[in-house]
Every structure is written in C-alpha cells, then in structure tokens.
Design a protein. Sequence first.
Lengths: 153, 252
Amino acid sequence: MVVDTCSKQQVLEWLANVPDPEIPVLSILDLGIVRGVEVDEVVTVTLTPTYSGCPATEAIEASVMDALKGHGVDEIVIHRALSPAWTTDWITVEGRRKLLEYGIAPPSPSLDIACPQCKSLKTELVSEFGSTACKASWRCCDCLEPFEYFKCL
Amino acid sequence: MSSEQTLIAYTLRLADNALILSQRMVELVAAGPELEEELANANFALDFIGQARMFYAHAGHLEGQGRKEDDFAFMRDEHEFRNLLMLEQPNGHFGDALVRQYLFEAYYFHVLEALTKCSDHGLVEIAERAIKEVKYHLRHSSQWLIRLGDGTPLSHERAQQALNDLWRYTGEMFAVDEIDTSMQADHAGPDLAGIYQLWRDDVAATVAQATLTLPDDEWMASGGKQGQHSEHLGFILSEMQYLQRSFPGATW
C-alpha cells in the first residue's frame, strides 16, 4: 500500500487498537513502545522492547502485522530498536489513567504509591517482584487490598 | 585475529555467559524457597535469555554467514562455548546459587557500563538496554547476600562456604587474554584491570556488610573463555540442546 491510500495518522489510529498482551487495557501506543511510523512504498513500524527477555515482544510484532494486514496493508516492515532503551516515562498520560482504572498503580518517581482502589497513600511494598518483570506487589494499609505497582524503569 | 573477528568472539562470550547462567537459573524454576524468590529468579532468567538472544543475533549479523540465535545456542558443542567456568557450576543450595549470581552480576554491571561507551554501535545499544536490568538484579543479589551472611548461624556458615567455594572462579573474569586486549584497543572495550578494582571494592563492601570474610586469592581456575570447560557444561548442553539435536530445525 502506498502513500495516497494510507496516511501515517491512519496507521497510528490502527495501532491505537493493538493491545499489550500482558496488560490488555493498554494499547501499544499508551505503553510508548511505538517509536516511529513511516509510510512509504512500505509501512515501517519501529518498536522497542520493554525488557530484553520480554516474552510479549514477538506477540506484539505479530499483532501489529495482523492489525495492518486487516486494514489492507501488505507491505509491512517491523523494525526492532533497542536504543534509546524503553523507559516507563514513555507511558502516556492516557496510559497511566487506564492502568489506574484497571487496578495497577502507575509508575511514580516518588514512593508515595496511592492505592488504586481507595486512593489511600498508606500503602506498603510486599514484594519487589510481581506477575511480570515490570510489576511489584503492594498492599493498601487502609482498605487492605493487595495491588500491583508498575515499577519505574 | 582481525579486529572484526575479535568483536565477534567477544560478543559470543557475552552471549554464552548470559545463556549458560540463564539455563542454570531455569533449573531453579519451581524450586524457589518462597513465591517472591520464585518470581524474581524466573524474571531474571528471562532477562538473561533476552540478553543472550540480542548478543547472538548481533554476533550472527557481524559474522554475516546467516547463523541465527538458535544456531549458536543449540548447534555448538562444549568446546565452542566461551562462558566463564563459574556460570556453569551446579546450583548447589540457595546460598551457592545466590553467591554465584552476586559475584557475576557485580562484574557484569561494570562490563556493561564500559560497553555503553565502546565503539561498536550494536554492543552499545544492547548494553544500554541490559544495564538497566542488571542494576536491578544486583540490588536483589546484594541484599540477599547481606541477609544470608548477617542472618542465622546456619545461613552465615553456608554463605561463607559458598563464597569460599566460588572464589576460585572469580579470577577468570579478570584474566586478560588476546581477545580482551584487542577488544579494549580496537573497539574501546572494557578495561578489565580497572573493572577489577571497582568489582573488588564493591564486593569487599557488601561482604563486610554481610559479616562475611573475603577469601584469600589463591589458585584461580580458568579456561572457559577459551573453550576449556568443566564436566558440568556437557550436562547442561545435553539437556538444553536435546530437542534441536534430535529433531534439527524443528519448529512449533
């Protein structure tokens, strides 16, 4: 597919519907791993992995392929960029809002982690490790709900 | 050895270290002493597998003969692996595995830091990615070393025994050979003598905090970097490579 039939903006809109496989409320745009889209004779999408061993990397690349093919794009190149390395600073404001709504505390540079349920700041770290490499386990001391915190990276 | 060959050989050492350590860590999956540790180990093993893949892919690209990550991991024999001897040692008890992790990561962190400033763009990119992970691993392994050393009399005794047993493998990390020398000279690679000082200071501080005693430097084992391994590597490979050996090229 060439320039006259598909714009960069359109590709970005399609990508906004590709979910992250591990946190499906987030799109790959919310997560900040789409580092570039070029529309030429081919559509080139540049993605960056969150962690070196992130098992979702291949799944995400396949989803991007599927999404674009579903919209009739045949010539797709997916470029994996390692540098600059992904950081949680790239999670968008919208992404942070969605995380919180989903029950995951978004990354915070301070250690005042608010409980996603009752918003209390009286929370404590249970474990630095969680269900995936990017999350830690926390607990609210007021409502006593356990919750996950997206670690700063 | 040309400067290009040096770069490939050096990159394969990095890849083999990450792969063999991750394979040892994978052996511990589902055997963690508690859930937190189970998750930490599995996540860290995954980081190392990811790093190994990036290093292998880069080596294959530099080599330009079409070898892929899987070809390096699954289709080479013991003598072609260039990992450090320490990383292929059996896991032993939790303290043994943990001390190995700490001693290696304290070294690997500085190596990666140096590689972020080397002249090979591919290695710079991988190192920038990997150092973020290793910094976090190191926080975990150093905290555990302190907890074990400054814990109960039994955990102290076992941590000290692990440190004593593994110490003989630490020399190899800093034993400079032709590849290290030309990596530093031709590609602005790590200065191992400088890193040794940093590593030694870090380790001495953590060991002191853990109320443990730094072992004396006596005889140091070496050979892994040149492909001369202990008997343990063969067992690791026979398990890790089984499928690709029995069904070459199998996919699913």
